[in-house]
Design a protein around this ligand. Sequence first.
Ligand SMILES: *Cc1c(COP(=O)(O)O)cnc(C)c1O
Length: 364
Amino acid sequence: MSAPRLEIDLDRIEHNTRTLVDRLAARGISVTGVTKAALGSAAVANAMLRGGVSALGDSRIENIEAMRGAQIATPMTLIRSPMLSQVERVVHSVELSFNTEWSVLARLSRAAGRTGQSHSVLLMVELGDLREGIMPGELADMVHSVLGLPNIILLGIGANLACHSGVVPDHNNMAELSALAESIEQTFDVRLEMVSGGNSANLDWALSTEDTGRINNLRLGEAILLGCDPLHRRPLTGLHTDAITLVAEVIESKTKPARPWGAIAQTAFGQAPESAGCGENARVILALGQQDVDPAGLVPPAGIRILGASGDHLISCRESGESSVGDEVRFGLNYSALVRSMTSPFVRKVTNSPSNEYPGLAVL
Ligand SMILES: *Cc1c(COP(=O)(O)O)cnc(C)c1O
């Protein structure tokens, strides 16, 4: 089989999903399965659905359209604020979108009116990570305006932490979100059906607190796909961390001098030249590079140490065992490596589904 390729074990993704869905259900929290790191793959989406997610979420309308094209009828959430240039497509394919801007909400309302359907929105609140969100002090005004919009249903509020500034979801910021929900309900005499607390980084908080307040939804991608907690990148108990692996092929294996020779200037990607070296061991080159993956996010198998990567060559050191030309090497991935390899047209994606194909993969 050709390399490089991502091997996606759908049973493990299903298991990871079910484990998290069950643990969170015990705390009154539903799970929206986030498919963006899998390029909106229908195979991955269906594995999440078998594992019990109540809805699917993606940040890109293209991925949602691909899943709709693959006959997935589950409620879909656009978890990034819609582009003004895409509001028609959003209203057409998505039941619920996350929003922070009045101009977008007004246009969603008009677009929904033209289709004769209503569109649900969730207002994102800024709780300190300084990515998306309405400032808490401005939320009530926005709610007031949104409640006056025809064809728009205010489903709830939500927040996203940890992604940009690494702010940890904790008792304080989650209690603030709960209090905002209560205050909106009292002020406007409405019921907020969904209070979506955050992403995989919220698991630490959600699974360790007795009182999750009004939070009744989380949006999970990384924890399901990679089995780890993004705050500390530690494996989550009972989850597979190898549901997705990257296989690459050896194209050169030679013993070479420990140090480069000649005058030294910049490298292809401007990184510092290799510092640790390889000593007396074989230097093994794999047909894998910056165009395929974030090399810094690869986890090599025992006996192999990564020395560096250019666009198309991954240079490694064989510290024990042997590698010959043509051998395959299997790597674990962090989120950055996963996203880069998923979006690289050079990396084949295969699943262990019966057809061994990858439905829903956008053509790149
Ligand atoms: C990406 C994203 C998620 C999912 O994040 P993970 O860390 O992969 O669980 C949830 N919410 C929003 C708004 C996102 O952009």
